[in-house]
Design a binder for this molecule. Structure first.
Ligand code: DC
Length: 220
């Protein structure tokens, strides 16, 4: 079902490449506004974890689709954040494993996977006001929301941020895969407000977004 046919609560879309500062900003913004925070990348990561856990090769589309068709993908709210469960398991502490980092861009380009994630996001938007971070939230998943932001940072700063988090994540490779895939690539929605976070604190970015939201007419 196309998203415009459903009655959604308010959705603030925060898109951008890996390590651009999306998560810190989106989480803090949601806390200030009392909206639910949703990390859509975490849903792609949870599905990737599940596929790997089942021993399914990420190129084996038939087995992958079959496994996902029978998996129970549900979400719950914890501390103002939406968490994803697959077959009743919350894989939150496995989502940044090296093997998930290496495979998530391949899994997330598959239409069958994108369909599941979009459906979960639409379902959640039917019951709560949301701040959703991702790659295609403003461009594809919630194109009708007037609250769209695209956050970016220089490649050097993004690499430093990942290193500071102690992660080995080939963000340049992932960005390349995320931006060049045929389905829902990372793009700047034409009506998104772009913020370069390279030299801004989280607080400054949140302030800029809040100011912009007021201008756009969001009642806070
Ligand atoms: O935000 P993140 O780095 O945790 O996202 C992990 C991967 O999920 C990323 O490489 C691309 C994919 N993703 C996506 O394709 N669309 C989204 N809306 C969010 C994430």
């Amino acid at each position: 079902m196309h998203s415009s046919q459903r009655d959604f609560h308010r959705v603030i879309a925060i898109d951008g490449p890996a390590a651009s500062g999306k998560s810190s900003v989106a989480r803090e913004l949601a806390r200030r506004l009392g909206f639910v925070y949703v990390n859509s990348g975490a849903i792609y990561r949870a599905i990737t974890w599940y596929i790997l856990e089942k021993g399914i090769h990420t190129e084996d589309l038939a087995r992958l689709a079959q496994a996902l068709a029978s998996a129970a993908v549900t979400s719950c709210l914890r501390d103002g954040e939406s968490r994803i469960l697959i077959d009743n398991v919350d894989p939150a502490d496995r989502l940044r494993d090296d093997r998930v980092n290496e495979s998530v861009a391949r899994v997330s380009r598959l239409p069958v996977v994108r369909e599941i994630v979009a459906q979960k996001l639409h379902d959640r938007a039917c019951s709560d006001d949301l701040v959703v971070e991702g790659r295609d939230i403003g461009s594809v998943v919630f194109p009708e929301t007037p609250y769209k932001f695209y956050v970016d940072a220089s490649p050097e700063v993004r690499l430093q941020r990942r290193a500071a988090q102690g992660e080995r994540d080939e963000i340049a490779l992932r960005d390349q895969a995320d931006s060049s895939r045929p389905v829902s690539p990372l793009v700047i929605a034409k009506d998104a407000h772009v913020i370069d976070t390279s030299y801004l604190t989280v607080e400054k970015v949140v302030q800029e977004i809040l100011a912009r939201l007021k201008e756009t007419g969001l009642r806070i």
